[in-house]
Design a protein around this ligand. Structure first.
Ligand SMILES: *Cc1c(COP(=O)(O)O)cnc(C)c1O
Length: 414
């Protein structure tokens, strides 16, 4: 069956007790046994809960994986996956990774004797040089966050030797656009808080694998570490995941339209989006991904502080952390999502004060572009006040707030 069909039907059988078409929120911590040890497959909700099992079945189907374990957050899933390793082991990690991943690896796992080396995974020689005799895991994020660089999953899989695991964080692409297990990865991890849930109303994470032994260990870690997903969150994420195909198509087509609009503006210095022919790994994107997702990063011309001005001038794009919801968000990585990374390290990766990241939602592309246009015009030092007013007027004449807000930004021309 096709993706869109599996998204709606996998794991979603009518409730055996009542026939309820939608899997109920099983708000129960425990399950009554008919005799000691005799039960219907559930005894305690940390171990298994029917609402969570339904979601796990659905997500496994979407990722075309044999097994899935759902967690309370993406980082809960990361904690379980890295707990497959032991003190003295070593992880090679893509260097432009989610800020919380960086924090977990450097501030916690390191203390437990689990070392990691952050490396530019677009550079195979650098990856080879980072591998040590005790390297047990490759941790790949692709596209990377926030620089949207791509890691060639097949090339990483080719580097691994017996006893090493390749883990891919597939949060940005989702299984709709990228299938790491089919490319040879051992484990896929998701923050289901993002696109899979899709509505910015639930936290969750998931780990998928085809390997029965890894799956059994992950189940053990799920119940032992305890970062389990609640039945209510399982319901929300499952409901969101049913429309993943629709949403991802819309995120990607909106993002492409916006990336093209931004690239054509001469007050925008650089646009990072794998779908643009100007992206240095555009060919790899076409080979490895079935679509380019909804995240765009950019740097602007003008002083770096202009990024802060744009971030507070957009109206449809809310200034917020996170990504992957139906609503559009704008984020200043250096001060928000990636603030926990030391400045020298941020600068090395290109996460400057002038960088902005957009999570393009599924509103009308026309309205989103108008919003970005008014924010860019209002903050462009070279734009005359007259053309600013005109641009703000054409962006949305029905909103009287827009023009004063635009003017009050006072571009530093005067
Ligand atoms: C958000 C995110 C995470 C962490 O997930 P939480 O659900 O916030 O714990 C991990 N990886 C990526 C790529 C993310 O965007």
């Amino acid at each position: 069956m096709d993706f869109a069909t599996r998204a709606i039907h996998a794991g979603q059988e009518p409730d055996p007790a009542t026939g309820a078409t939608i899997v109920p929120i099983y708000a129960t911590s425990t399950f009554t046994q008919s005799a000691v040890g005799e039960h219907k497959g559930f005894d305690y909700s940390r171990v298994a809960n029917p609402s969570r099992v339904a979601l796990e079945t659905q997500l496994a189907s979407l990722e075309e994986a044999r097994y899935c374990a759902a967690f309370a957050s993406g980082l809960g899933a990361e904690t379980a996956i890295t707990s497959l390793l032991s003190a003295g082991d070593h992880i090679v990690v893509s260097d432009d990774t989610y800020g919380g991943t960086y924090r977990l690896f450097t501030k916690v796992l390191e203390r437990f004797g689990l070392g990691s080396t952050f490396v530019d995974m677009t550079d195979l020689a650098a990856v080879r040089a980072a591998i040590r005799p005790n390297t047990k895991m490759f941790w790949i994020e692709t596209p990377t966050n926030p620089m949207l660089r791509l890691v060639d999953i097949r090339a990483m899989v080719a580097l691994k030797t017996a006893g090493q695991l390749v883990v891919v964080d597939n949060t940005f692409c989702t299984p709709y656009f990228q299938s790491p297990l089919a490319l040879g990865a051992d484990i896929v991890i998701h923050s289901t808080t993002k696109y899979i849930g899709g509505h910015s109303d639930a936290m969750g994470g998931a780990a998928m694998t085809d390997d029965a032994e890894i799956a059994e260990q992950l189940r053990f870690l799920q119940k032992t570490l305890g970062a389990v997903l609640s039945p209510f969150e399982a319901f929300l994420i499952s409901r969101g995941a049913k429309t993943l195909a629709l949403r991802m198509r819309e995120h990607a087509s909106n993002a492409y339209a916006i990336a093209t609009f931004l690239e054509e503006r001469d007050d925008v210095e650089r646009v990072y989006y794998p779908g643009l022919a100007s992206h240095p790994q555009h060919e790899l994107a076409r080979r490895q991904m079935r679509g380019n997702g909804g995240i765009i990063s950019m740097t602007l011309r003008g002083p770096e502080s202009r990024a802060l001005d744009v971030a507070r001038t957009t109206k449809l794009f809310s200034l917020a952390e996170s990504l992957g919801g139906v609503e559009s968000l704008i984020n200043h990585p250096a001060r928000m999502t990636h603030g926990s990374i030391p400045k020298a390290e941020r600068d090395r990766r290109g996460i400057t004060e002038g960088l902005l990241r957009l999570s393009v939602g599924i509103e009308s592309a026309h309205d989103l572009i108008a919003d970005l246009r008014q924010a860019l015009d209002a903050t462009d030092a070279r734009t005359t006040p007259a053309s600013r007013a005109e641009a703000a007027g054409s962006a949305d004449v029905s909103d009287p707030e827009r023009i004063p807000a635009t003017q009050s930004q006072g571009a530093p021309t005067a």
